[in-house]
Design a protein around this ligand. Structure first.
Ligand SMILES: Cc1cc2nc3c(=O)[nH]c(=O)nc-3n(C[C@H](O)[C@H](O)[C@H](O)COP(=O)(O)O)c2cc1C
Length: 354
C-alpha cells in the first residue's frame, strides 16, 4: 500500500467533552445506521457512529418508530450521537431534550437531506437557504441542552450551483455555538450525481475554527489520505463505502494509528460478521420476518463485487426462513475469497437522506 502520511498525522478530534479517536466517522445513513451496524462499525475502528436522521416532531409526538431509532446499549455505545431534523427552532429544541433524555450524548443537526418530504418543511438542506433560521436552531438547542451536550451539524455545499455557501454558512453556525461540522460537498440539486467538490471542504476549514469532518466519495484508504491532504480536515466520514464493508474502518483506522495496512477480511471473517450482524439485527428489530426482509439490503451490499454475487442475491431474495438464509450465507461467503471492490456501490438514491 502507498504511504498514508496525512491520515497518520491526524489527531483525535474533540467534540465538546468527547474525543473522537480515531477521527473516522460512519456517515449517518437511513436504514443502515441502526444500532447493530453502528456497533459493528465502532468495533471495526470508527471513532463515532451517529444515528440516521430522526424527526424532531416524531420525538415530540412519541412516535414509536421514531423512538426505535434511539434504542441502543449504552455499554456498547457510550457516546451516542443522534441526528435530528426539523425546520422549527422550538420543535428542534424540544426534540433535542427528548433525544438527550433517551441517551444522546451528542446532537447532530441534519442540514443536508435533499428529500422533498423533509425540505418542504424547511428542514434538511432547505436550512442552507436560511442561515438565520439555521443559526437560530443551533442557539436555541444550545440554550436548552448545550451545556452538557455538544451540537454538531452535517451540511451540503449549498442548495444549488448558484447558491453554494458552505463556508459562510458554517461560520454562522459556529458563531451560534456549533461544536463540529461535517460537509458533504454536493449541492442539494446535485443529489449524488457528479463528484463531491473537496475544495469546498478546504474553504470551510479556512472559514471556521471548529473541527471539520470531510465527507463525500471516500471509497478507500488512499481516498481518505487524499481528502486529508487536499482539505486539511480534522476527521473523515465514510458512507457508501461502508455499505457491506465495515472493514473499511479497520483499514482507515490502522492507517491513522500506525500507518500499517490492515488485513483484508478472510472468508471466515466475512461469514462470522454477516451472521453476527444478522443475529443482532433480528434482535434489534424484534419481528423476525420483518427483520429478515430488511436484512436483504445488507446481503446485497455484502455480496457486491463478489464472484457469483448476482446468483447469490437472486437466491437470497427468495428465502424467508432464517436457517436457510444462514446456510446460504455460510455456503456463499465461505466459498469465495475473491472480491472486486471497484464495482460501483449499490444503493437506491430514493433512500439517501443526506
Ligand atoms: C442510503 C443512504 C442513506 C443516507 N441517509 C442519511 C441520513 O439519514 N442523514 C444524513 O445526514 N445523510 C444521509 N446520507 C448521506 C450520507 O451521510 C453521506 O453524506 C453521503 O452518502 C456521501 O458520503 P459517501 O460518498 O461516503 O457515501 C445517506 C446516504 C445514503 C447512501
Amino acid at each position: 500500500m502507498a504511504p498514508v502520511p496525512h491520515l497518520a498525522a491526524l489527531a483525535p478530534v474533540r467534540i465538546g467533552p468527547y474525543e473522537v479517536d480515531p477521527p473516522v466517522v460512519l456517515a449517518p445513513m437511513a436504514g443502515v445506521s441502526e444500532a447493530p451496524y453502528r456497533v459493528i462499525s465502532l468495533e471495526m475502528g470508527a471513532g463515532l457512529a451517529p444515528t440516521e436522521l430522526v424527526s424532531a416532531r416524531g420525538l415530540q409526538f412519541g412516535n414509536t418508530r421514531t423512538a426505535d431509532y434511539l434504542r441502543h446499549d449504552p455499554h456498547r455505545e457510550p457516546v451516542l450521537s443522534v441526528q435530528i431534523f426539523g425546520g422549527d427552532p422550538e420543535a428542534m429544541a424540544r426534540g433535542a431534550e427528548l433525544a438527550v433524555a433517551a441517551g444522546a450524548r451528542i446532537l447532530d443537526i441534519n442540514m443536508g437531506c435533499p428529500v422533498k418530504k423533509v425540505t418542504r418543511n424547511g428542514a434538511g438542506s432547505a436550512l442552507m437557504t436560511d442561515a438565520t433560521r439555521a443559526a437560530a436552531i443551533v442557539s436555541v438547542m444550545k440554550a436548552r441542552v448545550g451545556d452538557r451536550v455538544p451540537i454538531t451539524a452535517k451540511i451540503r455545499a449549498g442548495w444549488d450551483e448558484s447558491t453554494v455557501n458552505a463556508p459562510s454558512f458554517g461560520r454562522a453556525l459556529e458563531d451560534a455555538g456549533l461544536s463540529a461540522i461535517a460537509l458533504h460537498p454536493r449541492t442539494r440539486r446535485q443529489g449524488y450525481a457528479g463528484r463531491a467538490d473537496w475544495s469546498l471542504i478546504a474553504a470551510l476549514k479556512a472559514a471556521v475554527d471548529i473541527p471539520v469532518i470531510a465527507n463525500g466519495d471516500i471509497f478507500s484508504v488512499a481516498d481518505a489520505d487524499r481528502i486529508v491532504q487536499e482539505t486539511g480536515c480534522d476527521a473523515v466520514m465514510i458512507g457508501r463505502a461502508a455499505l457491506g464493508y465495515p472493514w473499511i474502518f479497520r483499514e482507515v483506522a490502522a492507517a491513522m494509528i500506525d500507518e500499517r495496512e490492515a488485513p483484508k477480511p478472510t472468508a471466515q471473517e466475512r461469514v462470522a460478521l454477516i451472521l453476527r450482524h444478522l443475529d443482532d439485527h433480528v434482535e434489534h428489530i424484534g419481528d423476525e420476518g420483518r427483520a429478515l426482509k430488511k436484512f436483504r439490503q445488507h446481503l446485497i451490499w455484502y455480496s457486491r463485487g463478489m464472484r457469483g454475487g448476482a446468483a447469490f442475491r437472486e437466491k437470497a431474495m427468495r428465502l424467508e426462513e432464517r436457517a436457510r438464509i444462514e446456510a446460504l450465507v455460510e455456503r456463499f461467503f465461505a466459498g469465495t475469497d475473491v472480491s472486486d471492490r471497484t464495482e460501483a456501490p449499490i444503493y437506491d438514491e430514493r433512500t439517501a437522506f443526506g
